[in-house]
Design a protein around this ligand. Sequence first.
Ligand code: NAD
Length: 501
Amino acid sequence: MRISELSNPYGATGARPTAGEIVDRPWRMLIGGAATEAASGDTMDVINPADETVVTRIPLGGAADIDAAVEAALAAAPAWAATSVADRARALVALAEAIEAHGEELAWTDTIDNGSPIGVMRGDFRAAVAELRYFAGLALQLRGETIPVADHDAFDYTLRDPFGVVGRIVPWNHPLMFAAARIAAPLLAGNTVVLKPAEATSLSALRLGELAAGLVPPGVLNIVPGLGPDAGERLVTHPDVPRIAFTGSSATGRRVQARAASAAVKTVTLELGGKNPLIVFADADVHAAVDGAMAGMNFTWQGQSCGSTSRLLVHSSLFEEVVTEVGRRMDAMRLGDPADPATDIGPLVSAEHYRKVTSYIRAGLSDPALRLVAGGSALHRPGYYVRPTLFSAPAGPSGPLFQEEIFGPVLVAAPFESYDQAITEANALPYGLTASVWTTDLHTAMAAARDLRAGYVWVNASSAHIPGAAFGGVKNSGVGREEGMQELESYTQPKNVYVRF
Ligand code: NAD
């Protein structure tokens, strides 16, 4: 049976497929509705982070492929914009149904490609389906406004025009979820899309392209995998791509903003990194806060989440208790094969990322201000496995482990004495994505929600995303908001129309 004929072959039996069964086959990009190889003929290896084996090869798209994709997207743009918004919504629903029908296959594809445990990757395809349906449901909310005019012989209103071609660049931590969910708003708004998935995890995006090929007209969705500095930068600087939406690291986001501006005035939104604080005040429910600290780290995808609350700030009266319990829970996590449903935490995504995360752990181990509470080592076997690691800094936050986004299963903890000290520390970094506050006092909760400089604040909660609640950062964590109405509107340009009768 060809993989394209598979629907949900593993869910019913619970059987565990091999990597070869899922991904060992020819892979093609999607350009202008056609499955294509890279113009150069180049390919790149796909490595399973669980065992470091090369499981397949995919086309390595470059500038010529981006140019071809943009050309196709530009040609398709007028007809797609002229399609009724109800029909565009129907296409999103059809895509959601296709993903749902192939969910099990897509989840295994991501597990093999990205290393996150299979249960978590099943959650990702469901999240993608939910987002596509959510945006489809917003279709009729996409409207302009009428503006009062004093003169009775005139009328003023706004239209929401699509941009044309949107360049959509996504990272590797939620491969299918980002690829599928983040094309919903631009497509619904009447734009065509060129999607560049992350080089480490392009498989499920390519599969998405196969599923979408019959559901949207040729050129409406184009998917070109390739390296950031090559394919990514060509997309960002392409003169026919006026709207760029980027999710990735703050350093790359700043470069994207600069490179885009070097080509033309473009509308650029950025969803970037974070070093997010979780604050446990003295009156917090300690057990709930410990649960929240564990959930907030998103250990089930190895801490590889922009929203992870990777700075634990605890009132000194609770510090030892919270740190000891969080460390105990981290040590109890089952680290191992992501294809095993009993696994809590799998390997990091790539050798490069493994080197980065373990270099932070080594720096922590040699920093006299830090005390190792949990983890601190890797597994000595093939695969990029790092134990969930907790460092505490009893004398207060210190060094790069408290300042830089590690994007792995590394948590740092420090005590504080007062509300002001906690908020000052939380706001001290150039990031501002999420923050989590634990308290039983309404005044403290509301004050902290006001005072924290972050785009998304949880009170007595962490990690949760609510459909329709806008997600995004302040400072170097980004510009723009996604997952809500603002995302949809951000893919339109308001046009004012003044009519004199
Ligand atoms: P990255 O910035 O290295 O890469 C992200 C994407 O950008 C990839 O597709 C990459 O190929 C591309 N890219 C790289 N260089 C480029 C360039 N010069 N021009 C154009 N594109 C380029 O990030 P990553 O390591 O893949 O992902 C992890 C980062 O993403 C973390 O910092 C994390 O916090 C962030 N992230 C943010 C959010 C959010 O919603 N705020 C969500 C997920 C991840």
